[in-house]
Design a protein. Structure first.
Length: 125
């Protein structure tokens, strides 16, 4: 499409190319699909994998697959996997991130400390 890495991916091409999707529960829709639906558009999900690393690896081994990945992760793996990173053709809302633990650990000082460290480190993501 003549777009240099770092440039905005064309919406029509984004919708037409087959996508690899990370899904822990096997569903074939996500935040990208919600954003596309608001524009009256859809994408073609061709491959569903349970981890972002597996999605990036699959895209790196394919000639046509693309994937919408968290930008921090995409930038970290792009060079080692020989991938190009592009701006998405639409605004994709950031997902909420949740942490879960058993209630018996709520008052444990070491566990509370660890949760606070995770919260602090991830606050800027």
């Amino acid at each position: 499409a003549g777009v240099a890495p770092g440039g905005r991916f064309p919406l029509d091409l984004f919708c037409d190319l087959p996508h690899a999707l990370r899904s822990v529960d096997g569903s074939v829709t996500g935040y990208v699909d919600v954003a596309l639906a608001e524009l009256g558009r859809t994408r073609r999900v061709a491959l569903v994998l349970p981890h972002f690393a597996a999605v990036a690896q699959a895209v790196s081994q394919s000639r046509r697959l693309i994937a919408a990945l968290p930008v921090q992760f995409a930038r970290a793996v792009a060079e080692p996997l020989g991938l190009d990173v592009f701006e998405p053709p639409l605004a994709i809302p950031a997902p909420e991130i949740h942490a879960f633990w058993h209630s018996r650990h709520d008052a444990n000082p070491a566990h509370r400390w660890l949760r606070e460290q995770v919260r602090h480190v991830t606050a800027g993501l």
